[in-house]
Write a protein that binds this ligand. Structure first.
Ligand code: ZN
Ligand code: ZN
Length: 166
């Protein structure tokens, strides 16, 4: 898809992230010599733009360091709203894992799976999703819930993490 970028300036710098969501390089424009085609942690291809619309993934510009906190790859494209590959992978893995849980009925599995997307974006539904998620983690027990939390932890919003108690 071709999208004209004249209306809006591109991000100050561009980040390179692997398809599994590992940050490879947070300032591609300032340090192009550190560009990598594959992730050193997992071997996946790296991307530096939205696969749906081509908008660059915002990295850390020269002034971003003052914002504090480590760089976290975004869950969704800020331009077209498409989930990034790591968000899709985490959601799909969490759903697969839920399907394998013997402690839950099919209806309960569907209810638990329906909370995941709301936990990856801050909406009015996030607190509701977090409280349902928590209820289910009590039901499936600490071992299974810690695996499930690990699967989606990287794409949870800060608000969702707080509500769940992570
Ligand atoms: Zn990786
Ligand atoms: Zn996009």
């Amino acid at each position: 898809m071709e999208r004209q970028s004249e209306k809006k300036p591109h991000p100050e710098d561009v980040a390179q992230v692997c398809r599994n969501g590992h940050l490879v390089l947070s300032s591609l424009q300032r340090f192009p010599q550190f560009r990598k085609s594959f992730c050193e942690d997992c071997g996946a291809h790296t991307i530096d733009q939205c696969q749906a619309c081509g908008w660059p993934i915002a990295g850390l510009g020269p002034n971003s360091w003052m914002g504090g906190g480590p760089f976290k790859p975004p869950n969704y494209c800020g331009e077209c709203g498409s989930p990034f590959p790591w968000t899709e992978t985490a959601l799909a893995a969490a759903k697969q894992y839920t399907d394998d849980l013997e402690q839950l009925s099919p209806e309960e599995k569907d209810a638990l799976k329906s909370t995941f997307a709301d936990l990856t974006s801050d909406t009015a539904r996030t607190p509701l999703a977090a409280s349902r998620f928590k209820k289910f983690t009590n039901k499936i027990g600490p071992a299974a819930s810690s695996i499930l939390q690990k699967i989606i932890e990287t794409v949870l919003t800060e608000a969702a993490k707080k509500s769940i108690g992570l």
